[in-house]
Design a binder for this molecule. Sequence first.
Ligand SMILES: [Zn+2]
Length: 270
Amino acid sequence: MNTLLLIDLQNDFLPGGALAVREGDQVIPLANRLMPRFDLVIASQDWHPANHDSFAANHPGKKVGELIELASMPQILWPAHCVQNTSGAQFAHALDRTRIAHITKKGTDPAIDSYSAFFDNGRKKATDLDAFLRARGITHLHLLGIATDYCVLFTALDARKLGYRVTLIEDACRGVNLHPKDVANAFDKMRQAGVEITTSNEILQPQKLQSLQQGRISIQPQTITVPSPMSQPIQLRSMANAGRRRSIISRCRSSTMRRSVTRFEMKVPR
Ligand SMILES: [Zn+2]
């Protein structure tokens, strides 16, 4: 069964939320468009009690971002977020919840954090997710959500360890990047673990992708997609960043494609 797992698409992880992830809100319309392409949609929900030990506020004198030891592991202290039964813990208001067939709650034990939708961070207790998937014979998961460098990363790695085929929808994820390379490193770790990377375009517009791979270029408002040397499309939401533009142009296979990028850039408002 064609299965999509939505990771933590909750108000507190969106701009304006308690643990806002930059551009987190941009994942929601993509999730809504992707859900109808799957037979089964599952969502994880960070669901902490107010006394959760990952909250800086529960450690007098400690600040957000500091490291403590929790359950014999290093633990980053976060702002209080996704507290059970608060609006911050609810799914994004714009998210179409009608297609979500199952919700896996995580982070409910105050004494240990849970980035992965499968296990707590010490892999001491499992959530209901693996049993739910196995009972339905599901072997392949598509993943999207927030945050790339925490809950998406740990869920993807655990899914691989459990033997699932995992495909990450790259442009439908956003990361925290506490350190500037965290998201890039997360992608490296996932690739090394055998996670396949795709884009929403590949799922929503497979014919368009085919023409891309034949060397033609697809242009949408504010979005340009070109095949990289590894024939994995790279997406740019804006061509305003000259460094990224140069890197894209250097990956274009043909002069026609390079000209298309340059032509397109002139149309993008700065
Ligand atoms: Zn949390």
